[in-house]
Ligand binder design. Structure first.
Ligand code: XUL
Ligand code: CO
Length: 447
């Protein structure tokens, strides 16, 4: 096998070459059926529209353990006895996978790439060492960092939260980790830096001063922002909403909550939202709803592409396979003018019993094909269907005359009352929901 697919000394996925587009007729499980990276859609390649990223934590760290049983994914890169050697092997395995699956971006937590060692100072040193190697690998392969982040939830010191911990000493540890993770992100030229709340929330209000904790979070994010800008970070800071799990109530509950937090703190020049499908559905919303909330606020940052299970009430982080959902998501992304500095990061894990090395490829191929189909259908909905006109027409009574004056704030309530008295009973106008749904389906499956 040609060496240009991987950059280390060992090959971790032998027998699997670079994944290629073979088209819908192909029955090769290790080929793209719909993701044709160079295909132009509206003057932009699929690759540039979709900006796929691979999540280090699920793909190279998640071992299949669940509350009922241990490891089922035994990785060849975890064999070295010395944790730093194992971390270097993992990095090589990751870059081999990135290039073979033909993604352009990757994402990581500090703890995914480097062992914690015996102290905070050891950890920072280990992160720096692996970051330097990752930079070499990026230069060799052309891979780019979509975003970095710090894991502020796994270590037991964070069991009561990180920046919202009632103990100030824990806050300082969280800050030290964030500083090092921002440094690594800057060094790797990351387009983004994400704050997912981890354990920033509460289990019981009886022992919690919610106002104080949320204020502490805002102060810490402000400091992180200022530090990053000083250190040369030019990317977007993002907050990732999630309503629950691991805490009963997470402070970054949903996109609407995060948008308010960003605006209430005057963070809108620097911070945006990183939206994950399975987090939106846990909050009782659709993925589409949360994306639209962010776009309407001008704050869509990036997307964690996965999907939940329709019957389960927890974060199953499955690979996306639902084309209708991907279509609706890409409709919002296209309305936003694209993903900007964001991307589609597969924050998704293969199932515990998907234990073959090739399953990691098959899972990503499915996710990439799903979003490629969604992109094509969304482009058609936007440019070839009657939906944009139908939607515009639905609000046309506000486009001219009194309706436009109302939108411009020129009326009082009494003026509206007078207008009502001069108007015959309004006719009932059908919302045509089923027609809209049928048109989206015909764009997916029809012409
Ligand atoms: C957890 C989750 C995280 C964030 C990054 O549910 O989504 O992996 O994306 O910390
Ligand atoms: Co996520």
């Amino acid at each position: 096998m040609a060496n240009d697919f991987f950059t280390g000394n060992k090959e971790f996925f032998p027998g699997i070459g670079k994944i290629k587009y073979e088209g819908p007729q192909s029955d090769n499980p290790l080929a793209f059926k719909f993701y044709d990276s160079n295909k132009m859609i509206g003057g932009k390649s699929m690759r540039d529209h979709l900006r796929f990223a691979i999540a280090y934590w699920h793909s190279f760290c998640g071992d299949g353990a669940d509350p009922f049983g241990g490891t089922t994914h035994f990785y060849p890169w975890n064999k070295a006895a010395d944790p730093m050697e194992a971390a270097k092997d993992k990095l090589d395995a990751a870059f081999e996978f990135f290039t073979k699956i033909d993604a352009s971006y990757w994402c990581f937590h500090d703890k995914d790439i480097a062992p914690e060692g015996g102290s905070l100072a050891d950890f920072e040193k280990n992160v720096q060492t692996i970051t330097a190697l990752a930079k070499e690998r990026q230069n060799a392969t052309g891979m780019k960092l979509l975003w970095g982040t710090a894991n502020l939830f796994s270590h037991e010191r964070y069991m009561n939260g990180a920046f919202t911990n009632p103990n100030f000493e824990v806050v300082t540890y969280a800050a030290a980790q964030v500083k090092a993770a921002i440094d690594a992100t800057v060094e790797l030229g990351g387009d983004g830096y994400v704050f997912w709340g981890g354990r920033e929330g509460y289990m019981s209000l009886l022992n919690t001063n919610m106002k104080r904790e949320k204020d502490h979070l805002a102060r810490a994010l402000e400091m992180a922002r200022d530090y990053g800008r000083k250190a040369g970070f030019k990317g977007q800071y993002m907050i990732e909403p999630k309503p629950m799990e691991p805490t009963k109530h997470q402070y970054d509950f949903d996109t609407e909550t995060v948008v308010s937090f960003i605006k209430n703190n005057g963070f809108e020049d620097d911070f945006r939202v990183n939206i994950e499908n399975n987090h939106a559905t846990l909050a009782g919303h659709t993925f589409w709803h949360d994306l639209q909330v962010a776009v309407d606020a001008g704050l869509l940052g990036s997307i964690d592409a996965n999907q939940g299970d329709y019957q389960n009430g927890w974060d199953t982080d499955q690979f996306p396979t639902n084309v209708f959902e991907a279509t609706r998501a890409m409709m919002v992304v296209l309305d936003n003018g694209g993903l900007g500095k964001g991307g589609l990061n597969f924050d998704a894990k293969r199932r515990r019993n998907s234990t073959d090395a090739e399953d990691l490829f098959i899972a990503h191929i499915g996710g990439m094909d799903t979003f490629a189909l969604g992109l094509e259908a969304a482009y058609k909905v936007k440019n070839e269907s009657s939906i944009p006109t139908m939607l515009r027409d639905r609000y046309s009574s506000f486009d001219t005359g009194a309706g436009a004056d109302f939108e411009a704030g020129k009326f009082s309530l009494e003026d509206l009352q007078k207008a009502a008295f001069n108007t015959a009973e309004p006719e009932t106008l059908s919302g045509k929901q089923e027609l809209y749904e049928n048109i989206v389906n015909s764009m997916i499956y029809g012409k």
